[in-house]
Design a protein around this ligand. Structure first.
Ligand code: ADP
Length: 472
């Protein structure tokens, strides 16, 4: 791979957005991509089969063939593809190198790379860093798990450009170990690990394996690079000393070491540098809800400063930044009830964060497809916190209901597969339960795929239902 991809047979597993971008870039590099997807031909994303046919690119439909992978020069996997399928085992046994879409793209990227990982807050922090760098007038791109594949931007990477990357654990899993393809060229100028909470336990052997996967980002850093870690999250403790990067922490209170420290009265963030330098940032005008978003900001300030943004640009970006859609997004207020869309709260930890961020009693809409999580912390939030009632939808309605039942009012909606219809009923029921001065919060603690295309579709269904409800 170091010698170039020209003439090499590269099998791309998974033809979603990142697989498509990777195949196109490989072709432009003179490689011979083979596009492989488990779906039968008539279920591939529109246009992809035609694209391949027009360019003479081989396709494999309905399977990832062991023979296809064993005879490749390189196999590149999309993030959704599990790494222990038979085709990849065959490739490994035959000594064929395996990498991931993002890993391969990073190894070819010209310019400093910033990586942001963690269970929750990646997208918010990645967007924020992009905004700060733009405010600072620095050329940068924002890509990765956020929805724009980095491989799709390589063609325009003529001159060195800062890359701000959201990195999921699935993507990190396919970064090759030290001696794998392109590994020596992968380097994160700065890496932030925001937090760690149970998620994706359906894919990882256990919580430790999930944490290990995130921690690997630190293996791609040298002594000149920076590692930004959440000071308060004790779940990061087993990995704090990993890698060679210089440490910066972020957290609450008066910081006693280099990093970004948030004032508990929510008025400022203080940055302390290892050389003794200090900076203060004023939070006046910051519009995002919740202490978690100030933690995201603290990490984002450090990354942006490392990337070269001046403090003035950081300060100017703070009041200008808006929360991305479906992340504790305020929708409207009607008859004294406030409505919030946190459809992106797809695990228990983020739903708890949303609940902890609300200042008023909450009627929660939750449920969806489970990932093997324990819902009892939600019951605890109902026992001790502001969660007063819940309307439950989707496959996990029963399991969440058992956790909440003893502590708050619970209404379950019947699951009929019609997500938008179910959401209308759920919003109507939540509105009926809510008193003036309370909030209706969509924070499902689950994935959306049982009833919706994705979390965005679920969030749009909620918002549509809310506007319908308040108009009636
Ligand atoms: P990710 O890209 O990691 O999924 P997002 O920024 O999209 O992160 O946020 C995902 C969910 O987690 C949203 O519900 C959001 O409100 C919540 N969230 C954001 N930042 C944090 C954080 N630092 N800690 C806990 N929850 C967070």
């Amino acid at each position: 791979v170091e010698q170039g991809l020209h003439g090499k047979k590269v099998v791309v597993l998974g033809m979603g957005v990142s697989g498509q971008a990777l195949a196109a870039w490989l072709l432009s590099m003179g490689a011979r991509p083979v596009c492989s997807d488990l779906r039968p031909a008539d279920h591939w994303p529109p246009g992809v089969i035609e694209w391949c046919a027009n360019r003479g690119v081989a396709v494999e439909t309905g399977e990832h063939g062991a023979e296809t992978c064993r005879t490749a020069d390189l196999v590149a996997v999309s993030p959704g593809v599990p790494l222990h399928i038979p085709a990849l085992r065959a490739a490994r046994a035959a000594g064929v190198p395996i990498t991931g879409e993002l890993a391969l793209a990073v190894s070819f990227w010209k310019g400093p790379v910033l990586g942001i990982t963690g269970t929750n807050g990646k997208t918010t922090t990645t967007r924020l860093v992009g905004e700060i760098l733009r405010t600072a007038g620095l050329a940068c791109i924002v890509a990765g798990n956020i929805g724009t594949p980095l491989s799709g931007l390589l063609a325009r990477n003529g001159r060195p450009t800062l890359a701000v990357l959201e990195v999921s654990s699935f993507q990190m899993d396919s970064f090759p170990a030290g001696d794998g393809p392109g590994a020596g060229r992968v380097r994160f100028r700065a890496a932030a690990w925001l937090n760690l909470a149970p998620d994706h336990l359906d894919r990882y052997q256990d919580f430790r394996a999930y944490g290990d996967s995130k921690a690997r980002i630190m293996d791609f850093q040298g002594p000149e690079d920076w590692t930004v870690l959440n000071a308060a999250d004790t779940r990061l403790d087993p990995w704090r000393k990993r890698g060679l990067g210089r440490r910066l922490d972020f957290g609450w209170g008066k910081g006693d070491r280099p990093g970004a420290w948030c004032d508990p009265r929510l008025r400022m963030v203080t940055v302390l540098w290892p050389d003794g330098g200090a900076e203060e940032y004023d939070l006046a005008g910051w519009t995002l809800t919740g202490r978690h978003n100030i933690e995201n900001l603290a990490a984002g300030i450090l990354l942006s400063r490392i990337a070269g943004a001046e403090p003035e640009a950081v300060q100017a970006a703070i009041p200008a930044f808006r929360a991305p859609a479906h992340r504790l997004q305020f929708i409207t207020r009607a008859k004294g009830i406030q409505y919030y869309d946190d459809s992106k709260a797809t695990n228990v930890a983020s739903a708890l964060t949303a609940l902890a961020s609300m200042e008023q009693p909450v009627v929660l809409i939750a449920g969806g497809r489970g990932k093997g999580e324990d819902y009892s912390p939600l019951g605890e939030a109902a026992r001790t916190g502001r969660l007063r009632a819940a309307v439950l939808i989707g496959e996990e309605a029963g399991a969440i209901g058992r956790a909440l039942g003893p502590f708050c009012v619970v209404a379950a909606m019947n699951l009929n597969g019609d997500g938008w219809g179910t959401m209308r009923k759920a919003v109507a029921a939540a509105t009926a339960l809510a008193e003036p001065g309370e909030a209706v919060l969509l924070a499902p603690a689950c994935a959306s795929f049982d009833m919706f295309q994705n979390y965005e579709d679920r969030g749009r269904a909620f918002q549509e239902a809310v506007f319908r409800e308040v108009a009636s």
